[in-house]
Design a protein around this ligand. Structure first.
Ligand SMILES: Nc1ncnc2c1ncn2[C@@H]1O[C@H](COP(=O)(O)OP(=O)(O)O)[C@@H](O)[C@H]1O
Ligand SMILES: [Mg+2]
Length: 364
């Protein structure tokens, strides 16, 4: 068990952790989420004593690691940390990278370290890369090796700080799959991540960090569906929603397309649905609405509720009352009809952007 009492970490220009008290049980899989700069990394680094807390106490299995006379080496062996960047030794092969610490720090024999290393490489799907050098591997493979290397020390607690955020999107899945397996092994896991559906799927507990500490602590169900506190609510809502605003005919079309793609990948929206979401925006906003307006002002909001749900666009624009479902742009309209289960137009009298269009995008 990890017990934290009145933990404070202060830098010259920031106090990321003001007063954190929490208990983490053995086998807890904790997703640490929150806006950037709220002390998520600092919390992990304090638990691992990579940072020295300014104040407060941390106990691991009853032993106070913040006490002056504590055996750091021994404590560190109970914990493994996986970083955003993989920190593998470039001059060593994959298997040598994994064997190094068990031999140096745990006094394992070469044979033992090798056997364990190969077993772990098989669990992360990379046994055939044992004799390769890190440079010969993709980012996703390197991160899986880094995880195997951490596991080779057989830690009880594993701290992962945004383990997939440096990866090309195509490689996120393979690393998440390894972490998902890890979460089932009964080890205590703390993972900082921005991938919310992943966080939700693997954790039994979520820390939402803000205001210098753990602002809300709850089950994934509570945090993502029924957050109790204001900032959590706002954060969670923003995750599920993307808002784009257009104020001229020369809007940054490519930039918006890439924001939509980013939103879809953050929310792990299936590929097919993601491409429909983008297509609906291109056809409706780009082909139908904007060209018809002198000085276009458009607000487009997309929302995806998760898994089996459809996605929904709500698009508002200025100009006179005009029902685009009766528009002359027959081709674009046909495209939109093909991917939308429902298209509804309404007129919000008195609003700044009174034309409102809602599109339910089919997920199958
Ligand atoms: N080594 C450091 N020196 C000075 N300030 C730091 C250091 N590490 C983090 N900070 C500051 O502490 C705050 C929290 O940082 P961090 O824990 O990295 O946030 P997060 O991981 O949630 O994005 C930030 O304002 C950051 O600038
Ligand atoms: Mg961080």
């Amino acid at each position: 068990m990890i017990k934290i009492e009145h933990l404070r970490k202060q830098y010259d220009n920031a106090i990321p952790l003001k007063d954190v008290s929490v208990e983490i049980n053995d086998g807890d899989v904790i997703a640490v989420i929150g806006p950037s700069g709220t002390g998520k990394s600092t919390l992990l680094r304090c638990i691992n004593l990579l940072e020295k807390p300014t104040d407060g106490h941390i106990w691991i299995d009853g032993e106070e690691i913040t006490a002056r006379r504590c055996n750091l080496e021994k404590i560190r062996q109970k914990m493994g940390m996986v970083f955003q960047s993989f920190n593998l030794f470039g001059h060593l092969t994959v298997i040598e990278n994994i064997m190094l610490s068990p031999m140096d720090l745990l006094g394992k024999s070469k044979q033992e370290a090798y056997d364990t290393g190969m077993r772990l490489l098989r669990t992360v799907g990379l046994a055939e890369k044992a004799l390769n050098y890190p440079d010969e591997l993709s980012g996703g493979q390197k991160q899986r090796i880094a995880i195997a290397r951490t596991l080779a020390m057989d830690p009880d607690i594993i701290l992962l700080d945004e383990p997939t955020s440096a990866l090309d999107p195509t490689m996120v899945g393979e690393v998440q799959a390894v972490i998902r397996d890890l979460a089932k092994t009964g080890k205590t896991l703390m993972i900082v991540t921005h991938e919310m559906s992943f966080a939700r799927a693997i954790s039994n507990r979520v820390f939402f960090m803000d205001e210098g500490g753990i602002y809300e602590d709850g089950t994934p169900e509570q945090i993502f569906e029924h957050p109790r506190r204001e900032k959590t609510r706002r954060f969670v809502r923003k995750l599920k929603v993307l808002e784009l605003n257009i104020a001229s005919k020369d809007y940054d079309f490519l930039g918006m397309a890439s924001q939509i793609e980013g939103y879809c990948s953050r929310n792990q929206i299936p590929k097919k649905l993601a491409s429909r979401i983008l297509l609906a925006f291109e056809e409706t906003v780009g082909q139908i609405l904007v060209p018809a307006l002198e000085q276009p002002r458009v607000q487009a909001v997309v929302e995806y509720a998760g898994e089996t749900e459809n996605a929904e666009w709500t698009i508002r624009c200025n100009g006179p009352r005009r029902d685009p479902t009766a528009a002359d742009d027959a081709l674009s309209l046909a495209v939109v009809r093909g991917i939308a289960e429902a298209i509804e137009y309404s007129w919000d009298e008195g609003e700044e952007l009174p034309n409102r269009l809602r599109l339910k995008i089919r997920h199958t």
